[in-house]
Design a protein around this ligand. Structure first.
Ligand SMILES: Nc1nc2c(ncn2[C@@H]2O[C@H](COP(=O)(O)OP(=O)(O)O)[C@@H](O)[C@H]2O)c(=O)[nH]1
Ligand SMILES: [Mg+2]
Length: 480
Protein backbone atom coordinates (compact mmCIF):
# COMPACT_ATOMS: atom_id res chain seq x y z
CA UNK A 1 0.00 0.00 0.00
CA UNK A 2 1.41 3.35 -0.87
CA UNK A 3 0.36 6.87 -1.55
CA UNK A 4 1.84 7.32 -4.93
CA UNK A 5 2.46 10.94 -5.81
CA UNK A 6 5.40 10.96 -8.18
CA UNK A 7 4.91 11.16 -11.90
CA UNK A 8 6.58 8.32 -13.74
CA UNK A 9 7.89 8.09 -17.24
CA UNK A 10 5.05 6.46 -19.13
CA UNK A 11 5.19 4.83 -22.50
CA UNK A 12 1.77 5.44 -24.00
CA UNK A 13 2.31 2.66 -26.54
CA UNK A 14 1.81 0.30 -23.61
CA UNK A 15 -1.78 1.41 -23.51
CA UNK A 16 -2.23 -0.17 -26.88
CA UNK A 17 -1.06 -3.46 -25.43
CA UNK A 18 -2.89 -3.19 -22.16
CA UNK A 19 -6.10 -1.97 -23.71
CA UNK A 20 -6.26 -4.95 -26.05
CA UNK A 21 -7.16 -8.46 -25.13
CA UNK A 22 -4.77 -10.22 -27.42
CA UNK A 23 -2.24 -10.86 -24.68
CA UNK A 24 -4.78 -12.05 -22.14
CA UNK A 25 -6.03 -15.61 -21.95
CA UNK A 26 -9.11 -15.67 -24.22
CA UNK A 27 -12.33 -15.81 -22.21
CA UNK A 28 -15.08 -18.23 -23.28
CA UNK A 29 -18.38 -17.61 -21.49
CA UNK A 30 -21.22 -20.16 -21.39
CA UNK A 31 -24.67 -18.54 -21.32
CA UNK A 32 -28.17 -20.00 -21.65
CA UNK A 33 -31.46 -20.31 -19.80
CA UNK A 34 -31.63 -22.63 -16.77
CA UNK A 35 -31.57 -26.39 -17.35
CA UNK A 36 -30.27 -26.41 -20.91
CA UNK A 37 -27.12 -28.13 -19.68
CA UNK A 38 -24.64 -25.26 -19.21
CA UNK A 39 -22.98 -26.81 -16.20
CA UNK A 40 -22.93 -30.22 -17.87
CA UNK A 41 -21.33 -28.64 -20.92
CA UNK A 42 -18.79 -26.79 -18.77
CA UNK A 43 -17.82 -30.00 -16.94
CA UNK A 44 -17.70 -31.92 -20.22
CA UNK A 45 -15.53 -29.38 -22.03
CA UNK A 46 -13.18 -28.94 -19.10
CA UNK A 47 -13.28 -32.67 -18.31
CA UNK A 48 -14.47 -32.14 -14.78
CA UNK A 49 -16.59 -34.87 -13.36
CA UNK A 50 -18.07 -32.93 -10.47
CA UNK A 51 -19.19 -29.43 -9.72
CA UNK A 52 -16.43 -26.93 -9.17
CA UNK A 53 -15.59 -25.27 -5.89
CA UNK A 54 -15.84 -21.53 -5.55
CA UNK A 55 -12.60 -19.58 -5.83
CA UNK A 56 -11.14 -18.93 -2.40
CA UNK A 57 -12.63 -15.88 -0.76
CA UNK A 58 -15.90 -15.95 -2.69
CA UNK A 59 -19.29 -17.27 -1.66
CA UNK A 60 -21.61 -19.38 -3.77
CA UNK A 61 -20.30 -18.75 -7.30
CA UNK A 62 -22.26 -16.78 -9.83
CA UNK A 63 -19.83 -18.09 -12.34
CA UNK A 64 -17.01 -20.60 -12.26
CA UNK A 65 -13.93 -20.60 -14.49
CA UNK A 66 -11.38 -23.18 -15.48
CA UNK A 67 -8.48 -22.88 -17.87
CA UNK A 68 -7.82 -25.48 -20.55
CA UNK A 69 -5.03 -25.84 -23.04
CA UNK A 70 -5.81 -27.06 -26.55
CA UNK A 71 -2.64 -27.60 -28.54
CA UNK A 72 -0.80 -24.32 -27.97
CA UNK A 73 -3.89 -22.29 -27.20
CA UNK A 74 -4.92 -21.40 -23.65
CA UNK A 75 -8.63 -20.80 -23.09
CA UNK A 76 -10.47 -19.88 -19.93
CA UNK A 77 -13.99 -21.29 -19.90
CA UNK A 78 -16.61 -19.77 -17.58
CA UNK A 79 -19.96 -21.26 -16.62
CA UNK A 80 -22.09 -18.15 -16.00
CA UNK A 81 -24.81 -20.37 -14.57
CA UNK A 82 -25.71 -18.29 -11.51
CA UNK A 83 -26.47 -15.11 -13.43
CA UNK A 84 -28.73 -16.93 -15.90
CA UNK A 85 -30.81 -18.41 -13.08
CA UNK A 86 -34.37 -17.35 -12.29
CA UNK A 87 -37.91 -18.43 -12.84
CA UNK A 88 -40.30 -17.51 -15.66
CA UNK A 89 -39.24 -15.47 -18.65
CA UNK A 90 -38.06 -12.38 -16.87
CA UNK A 91 -34.40 -11.73 -16.26
CA UNK A 92 -34.08 -9.75 -13.03
CA UNK A 93 -32.49 -6.27 -13.32
CA UNK A 94 -29.40 -7.26 -11.36
CA UNK A 95 -28.86 -10.40 -13.46
CA UNK A 96 -29.44 -8.34 -16.54
CA UNK A 97 -26.44 -6.17 -15.64
CA UNK A 98 -24.40 -9.23 -14.76
CA UNK A 99 -25.15 -10.81 -18.13
CA UNK A 100 -23.96 -7.60 -19.80
CA UNK A 101 -20.78 -7.75 -17.72
CA UNK A 102 -20.24 -11.40 -18.75
CA UNK A 103 -20.73 -10.52 -22.43
CA UNK A 104 -18.31 -7.62 -21.99
CA UNK A 105 -15.68 -9.96 -20.55
CA UNK A 106 -16.11 -12.66 -23.19
CA UNK A 107 -14.01 -13.13 -26.29
CA UNK A 108 -16.26 -15.95 -27.53
CA UNK A 109 -19.77 -16.79 -26.24
CA UNK A 110 -21.26 -20.26 -26.10
CA UNK A 111 -25.03 -19.76 -26.22
CA UNK A 112 -26.52 -23.05 -25.03
CA UNK A 113 -30.03 -24.21 -25.98
CA UNK A 114 -31.92 -27.47 -25.38
CA UNK A 115 -32.69 -29.34 -28.62
CA UNK A 116 -35.17 -31.65 -26.89
CA UNK A 117 -37.20 -28.87 -25.25
CA UNK A 118 -37.05 -26.63 -28.33
CA UNK A 119 -37.13 -22.83 -28.49
CA UNK A 120 -38.57 -21.08 -25.46
CA UNK A 121 -39.37 -17.39 -24.78
CA UNK A 122 -36.38 -17.31 -22.44
CA UNK A 123 -34.06 -18.40 -25.28
CA UNK A 124 -35.51 -15.58 -27.39
CA UNK A 125 -34.93 -13.11 -24.60
CA UNK A 126 -31.28 -14.04 -24.22
CA UNK A 127 -30.91 -14.15 -28.01
CA UNK A 128 -32.13 -10.56 -28.26
CA UNK A 129 -29.63 -9.48 -25.65
CA UNK A 130 -26.79 -11.14 -27.58
CA UNK A 131 -27.83 -9.27 -30.71
CA UNK A 132 -26.10 -6.16 -29.37
CA UNK A 133 -22.67 -7.73 -29.26
CA UNK A 134 -20.20 -8.14 -32.08
CA UNK A 135 -18.41 -10.93 -30.18
CA UNK A 136 -18.30 -14.33 -31.90
CA UNK A 137 -21.14 -16.58 -30.72
CA UNK A 138 -21.48 -20.33 -31.12
CA UNK A 139 -25.00 -21.64 -30.57
CA UNK A 140 -24.67 -25.03 -28.84
CA UNK A 141 -27.75 -27.23 -29.28
CA UNK A 142 -27.35 -29.58 -26.34
CA UNK A 143 -29.21 -32.83 -25.60
CA UNK A 144 -28.85 -34.05 -29.20
CA UNK A 145 -28.43 -37.49 -27.69
CA UNK A 146 -29.00 -39.23 -31.05
CA UNK A 147 -28.33 -38.06 -34.61
CA UNK A 148 -32.11 -37.98 -35.32
CA UNK A 149 -32.50 -35.14 -32.84
CA UNK A 150 -29.99 -32.97 -34.75
CA UNK A 151 -32.66 -31.98 -37.30
CA UNK A 152 -34.66 -30.27 -34.53
CA UNK A 153 -31.79 -27.90 -33.92
CA UNK A 154 -32.58 -25.99 -37.12
CA UNK A 155 -35.37 -24.19 -35.18
CA UNK A 156 -32.66 -22.29 -33.31
CA UNK A 157 -31.64 -20.59 -36.54
CA UNK A 158 -34.51 -18.20 -35.76
CA UNK A 159 -32.35 -16.86 -32.97
CA UNK A 160 -29.85 -15.81 -35.62
CA UNK A 161 -27.07 -16.20 -33.10
CA UNK A 162 -24.00 -17.76 -34.65
CA UNK A 163 -23.22 -21.18 -35.99
CA UNK A 164 -25.22 -24.07 -34.44
CA UNK A 165 -23.34 -27.12 -33.21
CA UNK A 166 -25.34 -30.19 -32.11
CA UNK A 167 -23.86 -31.92 -29.07
CA UNK A 168 -24.82 -34.23 -26.26
CA UNK A 169 -22.88 -33.99 -23.05
CA UNK A 170 -24.38 -37.20 -21.69
CA UNK A 171 -23.77 -39.21 -24.91
CA UNK A 172 -20.43 -37.53 -25.55
CA UNK A 173 -21.37 -36.38 -29.06
CA UNK A 174 -19.39 -33.82 -31.08
CA UNK A 175 -17.10 -32.58 -28.34
CA UNK A 176 -14.07 -32.50 -30.65
CA UNK A 177 -16.02 -30.54 -33.28
CA UNK A 178 -17.13 -27.97 -30.73
CA UNK A 179 -13.59 -27.65 -29.34
CA UNK A 180 -12.16 -27.19 -32.81
CA UNK A 181 -14.70 -24.48 -33.61
CA UNK A 182 -14.05 -22.82 -30.29
CA UNK A 183 -10.31 -22.61 -30.92
CA UNK A 184 -10.94 -21.41 -34.47
CA UNK A 185 -13.30 -18.64 -33.32
CA UNK A 186 -10.89 -17.64 -30.56
CA UNK A 187 -7.98 -17.33 -32.94
CA UNK A 188 -10.17 -15.44 -35.43
CA UNK A 189 -11.33 -13.02 -32.72
CA UNK A 190 -7.71 -12.43 -31.72
CA UNK A 191 -6.61 -11.86 -35.31
CA UNK A 192 -9.54 -9.56 -36.09
CA UNK A 193 -9.02 -7.56 -32.99
CA UNK A 194 -8.97 -3.89 -33.88
CA UNK A 195 -6.05 -1.99 -32.39
CA UNK A 196 -7.62 -0.26 -29.38
CA UNK A 197 -7.50 3.52 -29.20
CA UNK A 198 -4.73 5.04 -27.05
CA UNK A 199 -7.16 5.80 -24.26
CA UNK A 200 -7.63 4.65 -20.73
CA UNK A 201 -11.08 3.80 -19.36
CA UNK A 202 -11.50 4.64 -15.70
CA UNK A 203 -14.51 3.30 -13.88
CA UNK A 204 -15.39 5.21 -10.74
CA UNK A 205 -17.42 3.19 -8.27
CA UNK A 206 -18.44 3.72 -4.68
CA UNK A 207 -21.42 4.24 -2.49
CA UNK A 208 -23.64 7.31 -3.01
CA UNK A 209 -22.17 10.49 -1.53
CA UNK A 210 -18.57 9.30 -1.56
CA UNK A 211 -17.81 12.16 -3.96
CA UNK A 212 -17.68 10.50 -7.35
CA UNK A 213 -19.21 13.39 -9.27
CA UNK A 214 -16.98 15.89 -7.49
CA UNK A 215 -13.90 13.82 -8.32
CA UNK A 216 -14.90 13.54 -11.97
CA UNK A 217 -15.33 17.32 -12.20
CA UNK A 218 -11.95 17.86 -10.52
CA UNK A 219 -10.27 15.39 -12.90
CA UNK A 220 -11.84 17.08 -15.92
CA UNK A 221 -10.39 20.38 -14.78
CA UNK A 222 -6.91 18.83 -15.01
CA UNK A 223 -7.49 17.80 -18.60
CA UNK A 224 -6.54 19.85 -21.64
CA UNK A 225 -9.98 19.42 -23.16
CA UNK A 226 -13.06 17.63 -21.97
CA UNK A 227 -16.29 16.57 -23.56
CA UNK A 228 -19.34 14.70 -22.48
CA UNK A 229 -20.07 11.58 -24.42
CA UNK A 230 -23.63 10.46 -24.95
CA UNK A 231 -24.80 7.25 -23.23
CA UNK A 232 -24.31 4.06 -25.26
CA UNK A 233 -27.18 2.15 -26.92
CA UNK A 234 -27.70 -0.18 -23.97
CA UNK A 235 -27.97 2.55 -21.39
CA UNK A 236 -24.34 2.83 -20.29
CA UNK A 237 -23.62 5.44 -17.69
CA UNK A 238 -22.70 8.89 -18.94
CA UNK A 239 -19.07 9.09 -20.01
CA UNK A 240 -16.73 12.05 -19.90
CA UNK A 241 -13.46 12.19 -21.70
CA UNK A 242 -10.42 14.43 -21.50
CA UNK A 243 -6.74 14.42 -22.33
CA UNK A 244 -4.04 14.56 -19.67
CA UNK A 245 -0.32 13.98 -20.16
CA UNK A 246 -0.97 12.91 -23.77
CA UNK A 247 -3.38 10.16 -22.73
CA UNK A 248 -7.13 10.28 -23.34
CA UNK A 249 -9.00 9.35 -20.19
CA UNK A 250 -12.57 8.15 -20.51
CA UNK A 251 -14.52 8.16 -17.27
CA UNK A 252 -17.38 5.74 -16.67
CA UNK A 253 -19.57 6.74 -13.78
CA UNK A 254 -22.68 5.03 -12.47
CA UNK A 255 -23.73 7.81 -10.09
CA UNK A 256 -26.31 9.44 -12.37
CA UNK A 257 -28.06 6.15 -13.00
CA UNK A 258 -28.07 5.39 -9.31
CA UNK A 259 -29.65 8.75 -8.52
CA UNK A 260 -32.40 7.92 -10.95
CA UNK A 261 -33.33 4.73 -9.13
CA UNK A 262 -36.64 5.21 -7.40
CA UNK A 263 -36.61 2.49 -4.81
CA UNK A 264 -33.77 2.87 -2.27
CA UNK A 265 -33.97 -0.86 -1.45
CA UNK A 266 -33.22 -1.63 -5.04
CA UNK A 267 -30.49 0.96 -5.30
CA UNK A 268 -28.01 -1.11 -3.39
CA UNK A 269 -28.61 -4.33 -5.22
CA UNK A 270 -28.98 -2.87 -8.68
CA UNK A 271 -26.12 -0.44 -8.33
CA UNK A 272 -23.82 -3.26 -7.35
CA UNK A 273 -24.80 -5.18 -10.46
CA UNK A 274 -24.38 -2.00 -12.56
CA UNK A 275 -20.98 -1.45 -11.05
CA UNK A 276 -20.00 -4.93 -12.11
CA UNK A 277 -20.78 -4.00 -15.68
CA UNK A 278 -18.83 -0.78 -15.34
CA UNK A 279 -15.91 -2.68 -13.89
CA UNK A 280 -16.01 -5.11 -16.81
CA UNK A 281 -15.67 -2.18 -19.26
CA UNK A 282 -12.84 -0.47 -17.39
CA UNK A 283 -9.07 -0.59 -17.79
CA UNK A 284 -8.66 0.65 -14.22
CA UNK A 285 -11.22 0.85 -11.41
CA UNK A 286 -11.26 3.73 -8.95
CA UNK A 287 -13.08 2.65 -5.83
CA UNK A 288 -14.07 5.71 -3.84
CA UNK A 289 -14.29 5.56 -0.09
CA UNK A 290 -15.73 8.32 2.08
CA UNK A 291 -13.05 8.79 4.75
CA UNK A 292 -15.60 10.17 7.20
CA UNK A 293 -17.71 6.99 7.03
CA UNK A 294 -16.73 3.50 8.05
CA UNK A 295 -16.26 0.62 5.65
CA UNK A 296 -19.67 -0.96 5.17
CA UNK A 297 -20.92 -4.05 3.40
CA UNK A 298 -21.29 -2.02 0.21
CA UNK A 299 -17.53 -1.41 0.06
CA UNK A 300 -16.83 -5.04 0.90
CA UNK A 301 -19.15 -6.30 -1.84
CA UNK A 302 -17.78 -3.81 -4.35
CA UNK A 303 -14.20 -4.80 -3.59
CA UNK A 304 -15.07 -8.49 -4.01
CA UNK A 305 -16.75 -7.87 -7.33
CA UNK A 306 -13.69 -5.96 -8.58
CA UNK A 307 -11.34 -8.68 -7.29
CA UNK A 308 -13.18 -11.52 -9.03
CA UNK A 309 -12.87 -9.65 -12.32
CA UNK A 310 -9.08 -9.28 -11.86
CA UNK A 311 -9.18 -5.58 -12.67
CA UNK A 312 -6.45 -3.14 -11.60
CA UNK A 313 -7.96 -1.00 -8.86
CA UNK A 314 -6.99 1.90 -6.61
CA UNK A 315 -8.76 3.00 -3.47
CA UNK A 316 -9.42 6.73 -3.45
CA UNK A 317 -10.03 7.85 0.11
CA UNK A 318 -11.95 11.07 -0.30
CA UNK A 319 -12.84 13.92 2.09
CA UNK A 320 -9.41 13.48 3.68
CA UNK A 321 -9.41 17.22 4.48
CA UNK A 322 -11.93 16.41 7.21
CA UNK A 323 -9.71 13.68 8.65
CA UNK A 324 -6.53 15.68 9.15
CA UNK A 325 -4.34 15.41 11.18
CA UNK A 326 -4.99 11.62 11.13
CA UNK A 327 -2.21 9.49 9.78
CA UNK A 328 -2.85 8.19 6.26
CA UNK A 329 -0.53 5.26 6.99
CA UNK A 330 -2.65 4.17 9.94
CA UNK A 331 -5.78 4.55 7.85
CA UNK A 332 -4.21 2.44 5.06
CA UNK A 333 -3.42 -0.32 7.56
CA UNK A 334 -6.97 -0.36 8.89
CA UNK A 335 -8.35 -0.36 5.35
CA UNK A 336 -6.22 -3.36 4.39
CA UNK A 337 -7.67 -5.26 7.36
CA UNK A 338 -11.21 -4.39 6.40
CA UNK A 339 -10.87 -4.99 2.65
CA UNK A 340 -8.46 -7.92 2.54
CA UNK A 341 -9.41 -9.06 -0.98
CA UNK A 342 -7.07 -6.60 -2.70
CA UNK A 343 -4.14 -6.03 -0.33
CA UNK A 344 -2.00 -4.87 -3.24
CA UNK A 345 -4.30 -2.02 -4.39
CA UNK A 346 -2.69 1.43 -3.94
CA UNK A 347 -4.36 4.18 -1.92
CA UNK A 348 -4.76 7.80 -2.96
CA UNK A 349 -6.00 10.28 -0.35
CA UNK A 350 -7.96 13.16 -1.89
CA UNK A 351 -10.05 16.19 -1.05
CA UNK A 352 -11.96 16.27 -4.32
CA UNK A 353 -14.12 19.27 -3.41
CA UNK A 354 -10.94 21.36 -3.08
CA UNK A 355 -9.27 19.65 -6.04
CA UNK A 356 -6.48 18.47 -3.70
CA UNK A 357 -4.31 15.51 -4.62
CA UNK A 358 -6.54 14.41 -7.49
CA UNK A 359 -3.72 14.38 -10.07
CA UNK A 360 -2.22 11.18 -8.54
CA UNK A 361 -5.44 9.37 -9.53
CA UNK A 362 -4.47 9.82 -13.18
CA UNK A 363 -0.81 9.05 -12.58
CA UNK A 364 -1.50 5.92 -10.55
CA UNK A 365 -4.01 4.77 -13.19
CA UNK A 366 -1.24 4.93 -15.80
CA UNK A 367 1.14 3.05 -13.53
CA UNK A 368 -1.43 0.31 -12.98
CA UNK A 369 -2.01 -0.11 -16.72
CA UNK A 370 1.75 -0.30 -17.16
CA UNK A 371 2.14 -2.96 -14.44
CA UNK A 372 -0.79 -4.96 -15.80
CA UNK A 373 1.02 -5.40 -19.14
CA UNK A 374 4.34 -6.53 -17.65
CA UNK A 375 5.99 -9.74 -18.77
CA UNK A 376 8.69 -11.23 -16.55
CA UNK A 377 11.75 -13.10 -17.86
CA UNK A 378 11.25 -16.84 -17.40
CA UNK A 379 14.48 -17.35 -15.45
CA UNK A 380 13.70 -14.53 -13.02
CA UNK A 381 10.19 -15.84 -12.34
CA UNK A 382 11.51 -19.34 -11.67
CA UNK A 383 14.29 -18.10 -9.43
CA UNK A 384 11.84 -16.13 -7.29
CA UNK A 385 9.38 -19.02 -7.01
CA UNK A 386 12.10 -21.53 -6.15
CA UNK A 387 13.51 -19.19 -3.49
CA UNK A 388 10.04 -18.67 -2.01
CA UNK A 389 9.41 -22.42 -1.81
CA UNK A 390 12.85 -23.06 -0.29
CA UNK A 391 12.30 -20.35 2.35
CA UNK A 392 8.84 -21.60 3.27
CA UNK A 393 8.03 -25.07 1.91
CA UNK A 394 4.40 -26.23 1.74
CA UNK A 395 3.20 -28.41 4.64
CA UNK A 396 3.86 -32.15 4.46
CA UNK A 397 0.81 -34.34 3.91
CA UNK A 398 1.17 -38.12 4.46
CA UNK A 399 4.90 -37.75 4.41
CA UNK A 400 4.86 -36.06 1.02
CA UNK A 401 5.32 -32.44 0.09
CA UNK A 402 4.42 -30.12 -2.76
CA UNK A 403 7.04 -29.48 -5.42
CA UNK A 404 6.99 -26.85 -8.12
CA UNK A 405 8.84 -27.94 -11.24
CA UNK A 406 8.38 -24.86 -13.35
CA UNK A 407 6.66 -21.46 -13.40
CA UNK A 408 5.47 -19.97 -16.70
CA UNK A 409 3.89 -16.61 -17.37
CA UNK A 410 1.33 -17.39 -20.06
CA UNK A 411 -0.36 -14.00 -20.38
CA UNK A 412 -0.50 -10.38 -19.32
CA UNK A 413 -3.52 -8.19 -18.45
CA UNK A 414 -3.71 -9.71 -15.89
CA UNK A 415 -0.25 -11.24 -15.44
CA UNK A 416 -1.12 -14.96 -15.49
CA UNK A 417 1.25 -17.50 -14.00
CA UNK A 418 1.02 -21.28 -14.31
CA UNK A 419 2.92 -23.34 -11.74
CA UNK A 420 3.60 -26.88 -12.87
CA UNK A 421 3.72 -29.02 -9.76
CA UNK A 422 3.55 -32.60 -8.53
CA UNK A 423 0.01 -32.22 -7.12
CA UNK A 424 -2.08 -29.00 -6.69
CA UNK A 425 -3.66 -30.35 -3.47
CA UNK A 426 -0.37 -29.81 -1.63
CA UNK A 427 -0.80 -26.05 -2.04
CA UNK A 428 -3.68 -24.73 0.01
CA UNK A 429 -5.30 -21.28 -0.12
CA UNK A 430 -2.86 -19.84 2.40
CA UNK A 431 0.05 -21.08 0.33
CA UNK A 432 -1.43 -19.53 -2.85
CA UNK A 433 -1.64 -16.29 -0.85
CA UNK A 434 2.02 -16.62 0.15
CA UNK A 435 3.17 -17.21 -3.43
CA UNK A 436 1.06 -14.32 -4.72
CA UNK A 437 2.40 -12.00 -2.04
CA UNK A 438 5.95 -13.03 -2.99
CA UNK A 439 5.28 -12.26 -6.64
CA UNK A 440 3.68 -8.93 -5.75
CA UNK A 441 6.71 -7.85 -3.77
CA UNK A 442 9.41 -9.11 -6.12
CA UNK A 443 8.02 -8.74 -9.62
CA UNK A 444 7.17 -5.61 -11.60
CA UNK A 445 3.42 -5.88 -10.96
CA UNK A 446 3.18 -5.09 -7.24
CA UNK A 447 -0.16 -3.25 -7.30
CA UNK A 448 -2.29 -5.20 -9.78
CA UNK A 449 -4.06 -8.55 -9.53
CA UNK A 450 -2.12 -11.61 -10.63
CA UNK A 451 -3.82 -14.81 -11.73
CA UNK A 452 -2.25 -18.00 -10.49
CA UNK A 453 -2.94 -21.52 -11.68
CA UNK A 454 -1.51 -24.75 -10.37
CA UNK A 455 -1.30 -27.60 -12.78
CA UNK A 456 -0.21 -31.15 -12.24
CA UNK A 457 2.65 -31.72 -14.59
CA UNK A 458 1.36 -32.76 -17.98
CA UNK A 459 0.01 -36.28 -18.31
CA UNK A 460 -0.25 -37.40 -21.93
CA UNK A 461 -3.87 -37.59 -23.18
CA UNK A 462 -4.70 -41.05 -24.62
CA UNK A 463 -4.53 -40.50 -28.38
CA UNK A 464 -7.43 -42.87 -29.13
CA UNK A 465 -10.10 -40.58 -27.68
CA UNK A 466 -9.37 -37.42 -29.64
CA UNK A 467 -6.34 -37.77 -31.84
CA UNK A 468 -6.39 -34.28 -33.35
CA UNK A 469 -6.46 -32.29 -30.12
CA UNK A 470 -4.06 -32.29 -27.27
CA UNK A 471 -5.57 -30.80 -24.13
CA UNK A 472 -4.65 -30.12 -20.56
CA UNK A 473 -6.63 -28.85 -17.61
CA UNK A 474 -5.57 -26.48 -14.89
CA UNK A 475 -6.35 -26.31 -11.22
CA UNK A 476 -9.00 -24.05 -9.78
CA UNK A 477 -8.32 -20.36 -10.01
CA UNK A 478 -6.75 -18.80 -7.00
CA UNK A 479 -8.02 -15.36 -6.26
CA UNK A 480 -5.07 -13.08 -5.89
N1 LIG B 1 -30.62 -35.98 -22.27
C1 LIG B 1 -29.67 -35.11 -21.92
N2 LIG B 1 -29.72 -34.48 -20.74
C2 LIG B 1 -28.74 -33.59 -20.43
C3 LIG B 1 -27.66 -33.34 -21.31
N3 LIG B 1 -26.85 -32.41 -20.72
C4 LIG B 1 -27.43 -32.11 -19.53
N4 LIG B 1 -28.55 -32.82 -19.34
C5 LIG B 1 -29.44 -32.78 -18.18
O1 LIG B 1 -30.12 -31.53 -18.14
C6 LIG B 1 -30.35 -31.13 -16.78
C7 LIG B 1 -29.83 -29.73 -16.56
O2 LIG B 1 -28.42 -29.74 -16.69
P1 LIG B 1 -27.49 -28.59 -16.06
O3 LIG B 1 -26.13 -28.82 -16.61
O4 LIG B 1 -27.64 -28.55 -14.60
O5 LIG B 1 -28.19 -27.29 -16.72
P2 LIG B 1 -27.90 -25.72 -16.44
O6 LIG B 1 -28.97 -25.26 -15.55
O7 LIG B 1 -28.02 -25.08 -17.79
O8 LIG B 1 -26.53 -25.61 -15.89
C8 LIG B 1 -29.65 -32.17 -15.90
O9 LIG B 1 -30.63 -33.09 -15.46
C9 LIG B 1 -28.67 -32.84 -16.86
O10 LIG B 1 -28.41 -34.19 -16.52
C10 LIG B 1 -27.62 -34.06 -22.55
O11 LIG B 1 -26.72 -33.91 -23.39
N5 LIG B 1 -28.65 -34.92 -22.80
MG1 LIG C 1 -26.03 -25.16 -13.85
Amino acid sequence: MCLSMAAVGFDSSLLKIAGGRTLSVPQIVILGRPNVGKTSLFNWLTKRRNGVAAAPGTEQPESVSVMVQVNDQFLEITDADGICAGKGTAISPENSHRIDAAIERADVILFVVDAQAGLTPRDHQLGRRLRYTKKPIICVANKCDEPQIDARATQFQKLGRGRIVCVSTTQNRNRAELMRLLVQRTIASETNHQPPPASLKLSIVGRPNAGRRTLIDALCRLGDTSDHVQPGPNGDAVDVQFTFDGVTFRILDSSREQAADANPQEVEFCSLARCERQVARADVVVMMIDATQGISNIEKQLASSIAVQYKPCMFVINKWDRMLPNSSFKYAGALADQLPVMPFAPNVFTAASEGKNVKPVLIVAQQLVHQFAQRVPHAKLNRIIQQAVAANPPARINDQTGQIFQAVQIATCPPTIVLECNAPEFFDTDYHGYLLATMHTQLPFPEVPVKLYLRQQKVPIPPASEPELSEANYGAIALS
